[in-house]
Design a protein around this ligand. Structure first.
Ligand code: ADP
Ligand code: MG
Length: 392
């Protein structure tokens, strides 16, 4: 385990915190959703309560190494100040004397630096940029789990030059997601959907070691179904993964893990929001049609597993939930997870978006703030930004 900020006395110290404030902005440039800002509040509050002076840094959007006026951190600073009721001073620079001056002149404020990705050195993990960052503070804390699979100047580079600790959100993410692979309460049911099976093979492989049941849906299940010899019509399929899938199914049998595919689908005559659609049993998809959602029989069947589970992990929507006609499967499953007594953990950007669309996010025990990073971790891979932190 890595050292957390609770392991160190931060009183009177300047603490440089990498946060994930990569929030969506609305047409007027205001913060449209502050979930990610709120995610970092426990760490920031902890630092304030313990007499530390937080200096926050994050990326926002994709400015590609240059200044983009609409992606400055000003609006984020405003929202943060409101959420904390504590002064936030936003500096329009990332490193250098201007920043140092702002830090010296504002001992009773949180300092927020400019969008890290305005500097090309951020993504290049440029040592000189990391060194300059390190000069701003006494301690470095990484609370940006969502970017921990990237080796950038603010996530990996800087950690070499300062005592480097996990923030509270980072710790919670690693504990919760990592815990799934270690000692989950049983039965442990994993629900996998989403677009491409090739994206999910790594996590399937991990879960074959520890889950009791894997319930499948979304676009990814059609490659599975096809490998079982069934007709899938025009549904999405990755032909080049068929062999891989056959060996996954074989491994599942050997490990005694049940992999379940849907029993019925909402099918469509084209990939369109307004396509003609109807419910059919899984084995009756006509050649010209495609499955865009799981049907009610599947939802009921999956809910039985979810009800009996002690731990549920969900990644990947069960259908094209963005389109009303194909959202019922995902909604039905999300409702079951919301109602179950089991510990529920959700990972994945689109799964999170679906939960928000159904207003069910608060009903989950834990929703990861890192899509790509969460999947990496669950594949059993190392996260470079975590590796860079001090061992506890
Ligand atoms: P997450 O971001 O939660 O990991 P993915 O990115 O793997 O999820 O997959 C999400 C996408 O999968 C959604 O945009 C959804 O529309 C799409 N999808 C779900 N089911 C199907 C399907 N049957 N056919 C095509 N696309 C699908
Ligand atoms: Mg996605």
């Amino acid at each position: 385990m890595k050292k957390t900020l609770r392991d160190v006395d931060v009183e009177g110290k300047k603490v440089l915190v990498r946060v994930d404030f990569n929030v969506p902005l609305d047409k007027n440039g205001r913060v449209a959703d502050d979930t990610r800002i709120r995610g970092a509040l426990p760490t920031i509050q902890y630092l304030l309560d313990h007499g530390a002076r937080p200096i926050l840094m994050s990326h926002l959007g994709r400015p590609r190494g240059q200044v983009v006026e609409s992606l400055r951190m000003g609006p984020v600073g405003k929202r943060l100040q409101k959420l904390l009721s504590y002064p936030v001073v936003y500096v329009r620079e990332i490193v250098g004397p201007g920043v140092k001056k702002a830090v010296e002149e504002n001992p009773k404020a949180i300092i927020l630096l400019e969008n890290l990705r305005f500097h090309p050195g951020e993504r290049e993990n440029l040592p000189e940029l990391s060194r300059q960052m390190a000069r701003l503070a006494d301690v470095y804390v990484n609370d940006a789990f969502g970017t921990s699979h990237r080796a950038h100047a603010s996530t990996v580079g800087v950690a070499a030059y300062l005592p480097a600790l996990m923030g509270l959100l980072m710790e919670k993410e690693l504990e919760t997601l990592g815990g799934l692979l270690e000692d989950p309460a049983r039965p442990f049911v994993v629900l996998l959907g989403g677009n491409k099976v090739s994206d999910k093979l790594g996590v399937i492989d991990s879960f074959l070691e520890i889950a009791d049941t894997i319930l499948t849906g979304g676009g990814m299940c059609f490659t599975l179904i096809k490998s079982m010899g069934l007709e899938i019509g025009q549904s999405v399929v990755e032909e080049d993964q068929l062999r891989q899938i056959t060996s996954v199914l074989k491994k599942a049998r050997k490990k005694g893990v049940k992999i379940v595919v849907p029993s019925d689908f909402m099918i469509a005559d084209r990939f369109d929001k307004k396509a003609n659609h109807k419910l059919v049993p899984a084995e009756s998809i006509p050649p010209d049609w495609m499955g865009l959602d799981v049907g009610p029989v599947t939802v009921e069947k999956y809910c039985t597993f979810i009800k009996e589970a002690k731990t549920v992990f969900w990644n990947g929507p069960m259908g094209v939930f963005e389109w009303h006609a194909f959202s019922k499967g995902t909604r039905g499953i999300a409702n079951c997870i919301a109602d179950t007594e089991a510990v529920s953990v959700v990972g994945g950007g689109d799964s999170d978006a679906a939960l928000r669309q159904f207003d069910l996010e608060d009903k989950m025990d834990f929703v990861s703030t890192g899509g790509g990073a969460a999947m990496r971790l669950l594949e059993g891979k190392k996260l470079p930004a975590v590796e860079a932190l001090m061992d506890g």
